[in-house]
Design a binder for this molecule. Sequence first.
Ligand SMILES: *[C@@H]1O[C@H](CO)[C@@H](O)[C@H](O)[C@H]1NC(C)=O
Ligand SMILES: *[C@@H]1O[C@H](CO)[C@@H](O)[C@H](O)[C@H]1NC(C)=O
Length: 194
Amino acid sequence: MMIVLSSSPIAAVVSVALLLLYFSGDTLGAPCPINGLPIVRNISDLPQDNYGRPGLSHMTVAGSVLHGMKEVEIWLQTFAPGSETPIHRHSCEEVFVVLKGSGTLYLAEMHASVPGKPIEFPIFANSTLHIPINDAHQVKNTGNEDLQVLVIISRPPIKIFTYDDWFMPHTAAKLKFPYYWDEQCVQESQKDEL
Ligand SMILES: *[C@@H]1O[C@H](CO)[C@@H](O)[C@H](O)[C@H]1NC(C)=O
Ligand SMILES: *[C@@H]1O[C@H](CO)[C@@H](O)[C@H](O)[C@H]1NC(C)=O
């Protein structure tokens, strides 16, 4: 942005107005504040959404597309009783820390042409779980209170392949990229490049 110094009061007012517009539009009020992200933020003030999935509350605590993180991304997610992630896989590392509630991790190893019947692992408050790279998995709240998890992934932005069921071939799994919570910012950054 160019700021023109001028002796005209009108030009000065216009410059200040443009400057305010610039900061409010591009950094302070933007949904994708790649610049100007405060060092300390109150998690209670971060935006959350269910992205069309009933029972989910998703918050990107620190994101690649949203905040310019390079190596890791962190989510805080809450699943209402009965709600679940899709069956999916991704080629990044993923670690969960269960903060509240309980549920089940379903995990299928990547050794055949389909995920197949998954192994079930009970998960509970203060448990931590890691998902081996590319193994198809699903987390479900099988308890009767909210399940809250902190999720850490490597190599963002995440590229998720989803399955309709455990017997869908790996080759038929559908790529969803950008993922729902990255969609708006990816579109905005592509628009900026045009
Ligand atoms: C964080 O935000 C919540 C909700 O707005 C508020 O109640 C709480 O006091 C805040 N914490 C601090 C330390 O500001
Ligand atoms: C979780 O584990 C840590 C380490 O043992 C412990 O300090 C903490 O109190 C536990 N929290 C709950 C909710 O059990």
